[in-house]
Design a binder for this molecule. Structure first.
Ligand SMILES: *[C@@H]1O[C@H](CO)[C@@H](O)[C@H](O)[C@H]1NC(C)=O
Ligand SMILES: *[C@@H]1O[C@H](CO)[C@@H](O)[C@H](O)[C@H]1NC(C)=O
Length: 203
């Protein structure tokens, strides 16, 4: 009886052994992978985080502003959006870029761009010429335009977002989203842009 029992035990241990070993090896490999990933992400974070990619409006011009007695607005704006990668060690990729331009809540245009790379410590300019014809304005918005002509100052809301990520060799960071929320001011009489800070904050 005793001998038989022992035999049975040995047999059963022999059966489980490869499985336990396999599980242990997989767990160890997994733990090492997680640790290495953690270290890479941590080093990447230390290296990169202080200089997140930035999008900002660096120049603009009001090429045309015309409103008629019927309350229709015709306008053209040139806007330069600069994508800035201030990091000396990593490439940055910008994707899902969309901006919206509006006047007093009245949408004028949507601006988009294809994904692009910005090399280390470098910038890339997106030059937009936004043309819109015959935007119907409400009496309230017409008053605002008249006021703008008198003060020789007009403002447009310029909002947008982009996704950015880092690339160092084969490593890619998670995607950050950066948001832009600006009020672009111009002199309607000569179209010049009144420079003000318009840069994204990364989250
Ligand atoms: C980054 O670029 C600027 C000018 O574009 C240059 O003065 C600076 O030395 C560069 N920094 C590095 C770390 O390459
Ligand atoms: C446009 O007009 C503003 C104010 O009248 C003036 O300060 C600015 O220098 C002018 N810009 C150009 C390019 O003439």
């Amino acid at each position: 009886m005793t001998v038989f029992k022992r035999k049975l035990e040995v047999a059963s241990v022999g059966h489980t052994k490869p499985f336990v070993w396999l599980a242990a090896i997989i767990c160890t490999i997994f733990a090492i992978a997680v640790t290495i990933t953690g270290i890479v992400v941590f080093i990447g974070y230390i290296l990169i985080h202080p200089r997140a990619p930035i999008i900002s409006v660096t120049n603009a011009h009001l090429d045309l502003l015309r409103n008629d007695h019927a309350g229709l607005l015709q306008t053209q704006l040139s806007i330069v959006v600069t994508a800035y990668n201030g990091n000396a060690k990593a490439h940055a990729t910008f994707s899902k870029i969309t901006f919206s331009l509006s006047f007093q809540g009245q949408g004028i245009a949507m601006l988009v761009a294809d994904s692009f790379d910005v090399p280390k410590n470098s910038t890339n300019d997106l030059r937009y010429v936004v043309q819109s014809s015959s935007i119907p304005l409400t009496p309230d918005q017409i008053d605002k335009i008249d006021e703008s002509w008198k003060r020789n100052e007009i403002g447009f809301d310029f909002k947008g977002a982009a996704r950015t990520r880092w690339r160092i060799g084969p490593f890619r960071s998670v995607k950050y989203s950066c948001h832009l929320n600006c009020y672009l001011k111009f002199r309607p009489l000569n179209g010049s842009y009144i420079h003000s800070k318009c840069s994204s904050k990364s989250k």
